[in-house]
Design a protein around this ligand. Structure first.
Ligand code: AR6
Length: 363
C-alpha cells in the first residue's frame, strides 16, 4: 500500500530514500540525524559539508553511503514555539520539498521520521497529522510508496477523545456479543432499561470495559429486538429454490467482489485511480483485481475499497461477503472499522491511526 506506518529504526529501512530531520547546518546532530550519520558513515558528513546548509522548510539530497537506502533527503523542520510562528506551514513544506526531491530522483519508496517531533518539540499528534495530510495528498497524484516510521509508541497519538470514543464503542459491542447471564436474565424478563442509570454509576470512569459503557450497553442490549442484535444477511433474490439441481444453483452465481467493486466505482462516478488511491491500494494490485473476475482480496484490502467507496454498513458487509468475509463483534479490528463506518468517517489514514493505536493490522 502506498502509505504505510511502520515501527522501526529508519536507518534500517530498505527503500530508495530515507528522510533526515536535520538542522540548518546539515552537519549532523542528535536524534534521528545522529543515527543516520552514524549508520551512513563519515562519507555522508563529507558530502553534507559541500551543500552549504539548508533553510528551514527546505530539503537537500545526498547519497546513502553505508545505509540500505540509496539516498538521504535532509530537511529542516521548524522549532516549535506556540504554533503561531509559521510552524505548520514550514512543516508542510518539509514534506512537500522532500517528496518533490524523491520524485525528481526517481525514488519509488521513501521513509519519513516524524520531522520536528523530537528535539524541536512539535506536538507529536499534530506533527503526525501534517505528515499524513501532506504525504497522502502527494500520493493521490503520484505513484510512490511512503513510510512513516514510528520510533516510539508515544509517537502515535491520535486524539484522546477519539481513543476514548473507540474504547467505549468496543466496550459496548463486546458486551452485546458476550452478554453475561445477568443481562440475559433481564432481557428474558423484559426489563426495560430505559430508566436513567443510578447517579453513582453515572459518575464512574469510562475506559476498556468501564462500568458506564457496560451499563449503557447492557441497557441497550436489553431493549433490543433479537433480530437487530446481528447483522441481517440478506438472501439474494435469485437464490435457488430448495430441491433444484446443483447445475441450476450454479447458474445463479452472484456478482463477484471484483464485479461489485467496479460497479460501485462507476456508480460513485469515481475513476479507478481515484478509488485505489483513496483506498491506499497499490495500482498493480488493483489491476489484478480488475482483470480477474474471481479475485479474492485479503480482508483489509476488501475493507479498504469499501471505505474508499464510502459504503454504508450494509453495503460494506455485502461487499465483504463477496470476498468471503464478514465483520464480527468478536474482533477489535472489526469493531473499530464498524465504529468509523457508522460515524461516517471514511478517512483511511485516520482509521489506520486508530488501528495502530489499538495494535491491530492496518488497512
Ligand atoms: N528512526 C526513526 N525515528 C527516529 C529515530 C530513528 N532512528 N531516532 C529518533 N527518531 P529528532 P527534530 C524520531 O529529535 O525534532 C537533531 O539534533 C524521534 O522519536 O531526531 O526534527 C538535528 O540535528 C522523533 O519522533 O528531530 C536537529 O538539531 C523524530 O524522529 C534536531 O535534532 C524526530 O526527532 C531536529 O529535531
Amino acid at each position: 500500500m502506498p502509505l504505510k506506518f511502520v515501527r522501526n529504526d529508519i536507518t534500517k529501512m530498505e527503500c530508495d530514500a530515507i528522510v533526515n530531520a536535520a538542522n540548518n547546518s546539515l552537519l549532523g546532530g542528535g536524534g534521528v540525524d545522529g543515527a543516520i550519520h552514524a549508520a551512513a558513515g563519515p562519507e555522508l558528513l563529507e558530502e553534507c559539508r559541500t551543500l552549504g546548509g539548508c533553510d528551514t522548510g527546505k530539503a537537500k539530497i545526498t547519497k546513502g553511503y553505508r545505509l540500505p537506502a540509496k539516498y538521504v533527503i535532509h530537511t529542516v523542520g521548524p522549532v516549535w514555539r506556540d504554533g503561531r510562528h509559521g510552524e505548520p506551514e514550514l512543516l508542510h513544506s518539509c514534506y512537500r520539498e522532500s517528496l518533490a526531491l524523491a520524485k525528481e530522483y526517481g525514488c519509488e519508496s521513501v521513509a519519513f521520521p516524524l520531522i520536528s517531533a523530537g528535539v524541536y518539540g512539535y506536538p507529536k499528534d499534530q506533527a503526525l497529522k501534517v505528515a499524513v495530510d501532506e504525504i497522502s495528498d502527494f500520493l493521490l497524484k503520484n505513484d510512490m510508496t511512503a513510510y512513516i516510521v514510528i520510533y516510539g509508541r508515544a509517537e502515535f497519538n491520535i486524539g484522546k477523545k477519539l481513543i476514548s470514543d473507540i474504547e467505549e464503542y468496543i466496550d459496548e459491542c463486546y458486551i452485546k456479543e458476550h452478554p453475561d447471564q445477568r443481562v440475559q436474565q433481564s432481557y428474558a424478563a423484559g426489563i426495560a432499561a430505559s430508566a436513567p442509570l443510578p447517579p453513582k454509576q453515572e459518575k464512574k470512569k469510562r475506559g476498556i470495559f468501564g462500568r458506564k459503557a457496560k451499563d449503557r450497553a447492557e441497557a441497550a442490549y436489553s431493549q433490543m429486538p433479537e433480530e437487530e442484535m446481528f447483522y441481517e444477511l440478506s438472501i439474494p433474490e435469485n437464490a435457488p429454490a430448495a430441491g433444484g439441481s446443483l447445475d441450476d444453483a450454479l447458474k445463479n452465481i452472484d456478482e463477484s467482489f471484483s464485479q461489485m467493486l467496479l460497479r460501485k466505482i462507476d456508480e460513485k462516478g469515481m475513476t479507478d485511480a481515484e478509488c485505489y488511491k483513496k483506498a491506499n491500494i497499490d495500482r498493480k494490485l488493483f489491476s489484478k483485481i480488475r482483470s480477474d473476475v474471481n479475485y479474492r482480496p485479503s480482508k483489509p484490502t476488501a475493507i479498504a475499497f469499501a471505505i474508499a467507496l464510502e459504503l454504508p454498513m450494509r453495503e460494506l458487509q455485502d461487499m465483504l461477503m463477496k470476498a468471503g468475509y464478514a465483520l464480527s463483534h468478536s474482533s477489535k479490528f472489526d469493531i473499530i472499522i464498524e465504529y468509523f463506518v457508522k460515524n461516517g468517517r471514511y478517512d483511511i489514514f485516520e482509521i489506520n491511526e486508530a488501528l495502530f493505536a489499538f495494535d491491530q493490522v492496518l488497512l
